[in-house]
Ligand binder design. Structure first.
Ligand code: UDP
Length: 456
């Protein structure tokens, strides 16, 4: 991506929620905006070496005032409070500093999970814009909760009918809707993304028009959303991997060389890539079933097990799989998905992983764990038909036989052919949306024009 030269230095601050699945799409969006001749500074909350610096398009500024180590023992609520307190102090300082050095900031694009940032932006005198990192369907569900249109607590036998959505069962909803006791406060926090939505200047969704057509038009009738996704760097969509720079702000250190060299030795579409994102944690029993299911399928596999989860890997499995599998603690996921040898992605269906696989035509075995993942999995299997979804047994476990069956369905035979055809089509449409003149590209262009007009 190259930056337009000589354009006016309108300056935007980007404030992601400080977890990997929120940083990635906002960083890629930042790059797209920067390409249109806007100065972009992305705020990070990490003291890790590999999250600092500049990548030529976007500047990074860390506001962390405590070490990652000292935050490790904090609970989620304390971490979030610390983050919010720090933003409230540091953001006005950053805006003032840039004003004095001749790069006044005109807009704050904040993660929709932080609706409190709107008031802060207004107080500093810059335009607020909200960025939603979830799918439009998931947003529509949280919006229905916000509007009181979904009866909570929900009857678990109910079939849910929401305008613009296919008929869905309760267990296709985000887990915070049906598992409220397990995550107290989570649902009202997510519904609060819409609290002050009528007051923001721009609203961005990481999706594209055709992907969620009906639900997008329903949400558009409520508030003026701009679709800017998928936030995948275009070089991956073109498979121009030689241009690759790493995805960017990794909170985990990727084992890049090990993965890519191993994949290079494998035949086209012969490898199952298995990863559950940056947060989901499988139980020990589930890890055991997954390990055995992979073994039984006999495909090559690349399995990401984060350092914090490694102790759950069955020891016997590690000894047995040296021939067939590669276990790593983190990988460059986009490069892996774009590699010719990867034939299928066994995924938790985080929204980024879902969009990445869909945009790179990698068929999926959907194994959702919690939060918005069941809804994404529903769309993968039943709406876009780019994968299959595993069935869970009465104890909540996906058994090894089921895993083996689903992998076979996606890797070979008639269902696999059908899925591959659909995947090719979605990849084409995703690419069209983000390339020059495509719907998402035009939406970013329009935002930049409006921003420049408003800051002149
Ligand atoms: N990711 C990665 N390497 C890995 C696993 C994941 O780079 O080994 C990236 C992946 O490409 C995606 C993000 O981490 O952009 C995970 O986001 P997602 O929404 O899929 O899941 P979450 O982590 O939020 O549950």
């Amino acid at each position: 991506m190259e930056r337009i030269q000589g354009a006016a230095e309108t300056h935007v601050l980007i404030l992601p929620f400080p977890i990997q699945g929120h940083i990635n799409p906002m960083l890629q969006f930042s790059k797209r905006v920067a390409c249109k001749g806007v100065k972009v500074t992305l705020i990070t909350f990490s003291d890790k070496q590999f999250t600092k610096g500049e990548d030529g398009l976007v500047s990074f500024e860390s506001i962390s005032n405590t070490s990652e180590e000292s935050r490790k023992d904090m609970g989620v609520d304390d971490r979030m409070k610390k983050f919010q307190d720090t933003v409230r102090v540091k953001l006005p300082e950053i805006v003032a500093k840039h004003g004095e050095s001749g790069f006044p900031v005109s807009c704050l694009i904040y993660d929709s999970m932080m609706p409190w940032a709107l008031e802060l932006a207004r107080k500093i005198g810059i335009s607020p814009a909200s960025f939603f990192t979830q799918s439009c369907a998931v947003c529509a569900i949280y919006y229905a909760v916000h509007e009181g249109k979904l009866n909570i607590p929900i009857d678990d036998q109910a079939s849910v009918s929401l305008e613009g959505m296919p008929p869905i069962e309760v267990y296709d909803l985000p887990s915070f809707v049906y598992d409220m006791d397990k995550y107290p406060g989570a649902l009202s926090h997510l519904a609060s993304q819409f609290l002050n939505i009528g007051e923001v200047d721009w609203i961005f969704y990481n999706t594209f028009d055709i992907l969620e057509e009906e639900v997008v038009s329903r949400m558009e009738s409520k508030c003026p959303i701009r679709l800017i996704g998928p936030t995948i760097p275009s070089m991956y969509l073109d498979k121009r991997l030689e241009d690759d720079k790493d995805y960017g702000l990794n909170l985990f250190q990727p084992n890049t060389e090990t993965c890519m060299e191993w994949l290079d030795t494998k035949e086209t579409c012969s490898v199952v890539y298995v990863a559950f994102g940056s947060i989901a944690a499988l139980g020990e029993k589930q890890m055991e079933e997954l390990a055995q299911g992979l073994n039984m399928s006999n495909y090559y596999f690349l399995w990401v097990v984060r350092e914090s989860e490694e102790k759950k890997i069955p020891r016997k499995f590690v000894q047995e799989t040296s021939e067939k599998g590669l276990l790593v603690t983190w990988c460059p996921q986009l490069r892996v998905l774009a590699h010719r040898s990867v034939g299928c992605f066994m995924t938790h269906c985080g929204w980024n992983s879902t969009l990445e696989a869909l945009s790179l035509e990698v068929p999926m075995v959907a194994m959702p764990q919690w939060t918005d993942q069941p809804t994404n999995a529903k769309f993968v299997a039943d709406v876009w038909k780019v994968g299959v979804r595993v069935k869970v047994d009465a104890e909540g476990t996906v058994r090894k036989e089921e895993i083996e069956k689903c992998l076979r369905q996606v890797m070979e035979g008639e269902t696999a052919n059908e899925i591959r055809k659909n995947s090719q089509n979605w990849k084409k449409l995703a690419k069209e949306a983000v390339e020059e003149g495509g719907s998402s590209d035009k939406n970013i262009e329009k935002f930049v024009e409006e921003l420049k007009c408003s800051s002149n």
